[in-house]
Unconditional design. Structure first.
Lengths: 262, 262
DNA sequence: AAGTGGTCTAGACCACTAT
DNA sequence: TAGTGGTCTAGACCACTTT
């Protein structure tokens, strides 16, 4: 029972007090969270072991229950601990499954509008084939709008985008649609957000000669394929397509385990 | 000012009351969160627009301030809204950058130990080359342990794993190390967690003849490459290596935007 | 000045787990 | 039964934005 308290007292880092610093602009719950995370990262609280109970933490740091709970909520959000009602709060072991790759790395490529330019290769209507019709919930043969774009970064082609859009002759989005030269506003057609959600899948692929030609590289080079299917607020499919991104231009990075810097 | 209130009153779904259901086992903050999310997903609160203020929500749902704050905290965690102090809570527009791919799909492949088997191809010590030494913070020529494993799912090879481990003759982890036949306990060497954190990078690649042979497929097929660098609690690099996963066996899925089901 | 979100208190009661 | 985490209250004060 006094184990935790002695841990706290024998903490080497004399610079961090256990009683929260009220003068600091850092909120109390954040201070407590960081203190606990530091101890976990140092191995003072090992994976699988129990953290001091909320009432103990309350006494140690001289704060109210809600403040302690917020600190622990933060640790929960960060995937560092798990709580078991009636039992305690336990340090999680890091696991590979918890890692996530953010599309930010991909998105960043065409986010800065100075260096990235979009070239429209093709824009025409055609009759939907079986695949496209199924994806967009149309009947085969209905007309869809095909867009093919190339995204250039510093003049080099990096991403090839092919997209089939619902074609509604009564809603002439087409003209403004073609003006999309940044891909930045993919969710902001006609000036306002009309897309509600989308499904994305990420695959590894090998470039065929046509794709390689477009992307100014050699065939048989590796690439990422990101397929998308966007829906509007009526749950109607609006757009189906894919981004093909040169493998040598994109790399997803992430961390697993305890990250002190966060 | 009364706009939001009228929105609430004109809500079509008569089944959901605005006053929280105290009899329900679903916590009040979750009910409020879901109610708001439903309205956002229906387009009643459009991206960019302001949600009712916390005091309004407090009056509407007849709850205390903390309860409303928790509901909004949930929406924040889910990336659905942003808050601006002194101004309000606003519906976020969905953006591609917010999407994340979980490594769960990858991890799942060798998680169920019935269908997945690990075959140890090679285990030997060798002198570290420049790359390996740099990664593991050793000097070139120091001995490291090389492990090469093949992961089979239902008898088919799916993932090839090559790993360089710090070789410490005084700590004979080697024997138990070789017993790792599931990759499940990658973080649990010697029965207890000794790895603290790891860096991962995901790349697209094309299989060379050797890799294709190991993975029982054809050369020039697409694949994912996941490079890893694991550290222990001393911040010492312990393991550097890569997983090569057949592209046709792995596909990352995710969603972007408003997901009601979550 | 009025309204908004952000932090925090000092309790209460409940559900669950250990013993 | 005692201890744990989970929910919730009814306020307080602060920092900030809007008007």
């Amino acid at each position: 029972m006094t184990t935790h308290a002695s841990h706290l007292r024998t903490d080497i880092s004399g610079n961090t007090e256990d009683v929260v610093n009220r003068r600091s602009h850092e909120p109390a719950y954040e201070q407590i969270c960081n203190l606990l995370r530091e101890k976990i990262s140092k191995g003072i609280y090992l994976p699988g072991s129990r953290l001091p109970s909320e009432s103990e933490l309350r006494r140690i740091h001289k704060v109210s229950p809600m403040t302690v709970r917020r600190a622990i909520q933060l640790l929960l959000d960060q995937g560092i601990v798990t709580t078991v009602q009636g039992s305690g709060t336990f340090v999680k072991a890091p696991d590979l499954g918890g890692a996530t790759f953010s599309l930010n790395e991909f998105y960043d490529i065409f986010k800065d509008q100075d260096r990235a330019k979009v070239k429209l290769l093709e824009a025409r209507t055609l009759k939907a084939d079986a695949d496209t019709a199924a994806r967009l919930q149309l009947s085969e043969g209905q007309r869809v709008l095909l867009l093919r774009r190339l995204l250039l970064k510093d003049g080099d082609p990096v991403i090839f985008h092919k997209e089939y859009l619902i074609y509604d002759p009564f809603r002439p989005v087409i003209e403004t649609e073609l003006e999309v030269t940044t891909l930045y506003g993919l969710f902001e057609r006609n000036g306002q957000t009309c897309l509600k959600r989308g499904n994305l899948t990420l695959e590894a692929m090998v470039l065929n000669p046509e794709e390689a030609g477009l992307l100014n590289t050699m065939p048989l080079q590796p690439a990422f394929r990101i397929e998308h299917l966007f829906y509007d607020f009526d749950e109607t499919p609006i757009s189906w397509g894919q981004f093909i991104c040169r493998g040598d231009k994109l790399r997803f990075k992430t961390m697993v385990g305890f990250d002190l810097s966060r």
